[in-house]
Design a protein around this ligand. Structure first.
Ligand SMILES: [Zn+2]
Ligand SMILES: [Zn+2]
Ligand SMILES: [Zn+2]
Ligand SMILES: [Zn+2]
Length: 486
């Protein structure tokens, strides 16, 4: 792949491509099986591999390109059929294969003209892994699948295999399609040098299976130690983000957004009872304390029981002033009556329960979301995280059922939430402006449509670049349509 690396002493502009890379190994998710090409991951008309009848390709070019990596897998998939091999097991098998037969141990992924990373440079977090019951159970079950699946390949010993598993789970990227939906998993050796921040200065997007890492801020020079992307969904409380990062990546995030008080003030805030005041009010609510830093004790606590770090991630109630004191707005002095607090708590509980329920299913329900939003009306702050999550679900659900009128009302509100949680330059904010603009075009509200599409353009140019299909094939046609009709 051609890669014009930036020199480390030249300054970086927002939108600059810092790295693009093809995966070391990758798999198409099984939910996309038969819908996309297993090689290029594009959504095209595909044909089954005549050998295994399991993988699909969009044409001869992709089939040929994939063959050297698929040959060993093809025979094994055929042998175990109709048994389905889980995605994670296929991924681990591909790693084993690439390392044992291919160029796996010598392959270099460059991130500057002279610096590169190899498979062995990935972190395996071996000690953390060994104490993580959930992951160890997962590993054991994958091993059982592998023994059957790779009968003809001599597997590495358990320690080695666990090292591979650790590198796999810690360093995997979720491959996203043009709408930011997950379609697969890949390991990118060079890109995995980038650490996490909840307020990142770079972003990873995908074009097919290729990862692109772009700067979203200007920087005086390119220092890879300072580049940060987000590993997780940011529309969450700092505590939830910390917990997720600790459980999945074994580190405690203490970035400005997690530690600072800008988010903690607002995440669970109530609206001021004074309708003219938009100051957030903190009413005591559970689970908002930050995760405490006591990693050194991790050996003696819950990790061994599988509830990794549970002793630090306890249920807690925020002490936003003592319970007896009256809660009042720090800006206008309006008091929250007991009844108001009661309504707030009911709305929070109700929403939390339904969001939890929707998490399990892939569909969001319009009526459930609307019902939650009605309960939240007038008591939850517009940037309250539960309100934002409900709007997010509602917006998706409304698009599914093509209720454009309400969808556009929610989109308007959601923009503010996305800016607050994701930041001003985030692919999801760009995508939201694009979807909102598209809806306004349907509604023939041309002036506003153009405004939204221009906002989308500004963001997507930075996060995706003007050659990405989302920009070129989705945004530009809408933009020119809006301009012609305007
Ligand atoms: Zn293809
Ligand atoms: Zn095959
Ligand atoms: Zn953080
Ligand atoms: Zn107020």
């Amino acid at each position: 792949m051609k890669n014009d690396f930036k020199f480390s002493d030249t300054s970086v502009k927002a939108g600059d491509l810092l790295l693009n890379e093809n995966p070391f190994v990758y798999v198409l998710s099984s939910k996309e099986k038969g819908l996309r090409c297993d090689n290029c991951l594009q959504k095209l008309k595909v044909l089954k591999c005549s050998g295994c009848q399991f993988v699909h390709y969009c044409g001869r070019v992709c089939q040929k390109e994939a063959w050297s990596g698929h040959k060993w897998e093809c025979a094994n998939l055929k042998r175990v059929a109709p048994k389905i091999i889980p995605d994670a097991a296929r991924m681990l098998a591909k790693i084993v294969n690439r390392l044992s037969r291919g160029d796996g141990h010598t392959y270099r992924a460059y991130y500057t003209k002279t610096s590169f990373r190899m498979w062995k440079d990935l972190m395996s977090h071996y000690p953390d892994l060994k104490q993580d019951k959930k992951r160890m159970d997962h590993f054991t079950s994958l091993c059982m699948v592998l023994f059957e699946f790779l009968r003809d390949i001599s597997l590495p010993n358990t320690v080695e295999l666990m090292g591979m598993y650790g590198r796999m789970v810690i360093n995997s990227f979720t491959i996203l399609d043009i709408d930011m939906n997950s379609i697969g998993t890949g390991i990118y050796l060079a890109s995995s040098i980038v650490d996490h921040s909840c307020g990142p200065n770079a972003v990873a997007t995908f074009d097919g299976k290729t990862i692109n890492i772009r700067a979203i801020q200007d920087m005086p020079s390119l220092d890879w130690n300072q580049i940060r992307i987000s590993y997780i969904d940011l529309l969450k409380t700092p505590r939830e983000r910390q917990t997720e990062l600790l459980e999945n990546y074994y580190f405690l995030c203490e970035c400005d957004r997690c530690i600072g008080d800008i988010q903690t003030k607002i995440i669970h805030a109530a609206k001021c009872p004074n309708t003219k005041c938009d100051n957030p009010i903190k009413i005591p609510w559970k689970n908002c304390e930050l995760v405490k830093k006591s990693m050194d004790h991790s050996k003696n606590n819950g990790i061994e029981n599988g509830d990794s770090n549970k002793s630090e991630i306890k249920d807690s109630e925020c002490s936003g002033g003592s319970e007896i004191d009256e809660i009042e707005c720090s800006a206008c002095g309006s008091k929250c009556t007991d009844k108001y607090i009661e309504v707030y708590k009911k709305a929070m509980e109700f929403t939390e329960m339904h969001l939890q329920k929707m998490k399990g299913s892939s569909v969001a329900y319009v009526d459930v979301c609307k019902f939650c939003l009605e309960k939240q009306e007038g008591v939850l702050h517009p940037l309250n995280v539960l309100h934002a999550q409900t709007l997010d679900h509602a917006f998706d659900a409304l698009i599914q059922v093509q209720l454009w009128e309400i969808a556009s009302i929610y989109a308007e509100k959601l923009v503010h939430c996305f800016k607050f949680y994701y930041g001003e330059r985030h692919p999801l904010l760009g995508l939201l402006h694009l979807k909102y603009g598209k809806i306004l075009l349907y509604k023939m509200d041309l002036r506003k449509a153009l405004e939204q599409l221009k906002l989308a353009e500004k963001i997507l140019k930075i996060t995706h670049g003007d050659r990405h299909p989302l920009y070129k094939e989705q945004l530009l046609p809408l933009l020119s349509q809006a301009m012609i009709e305007c």
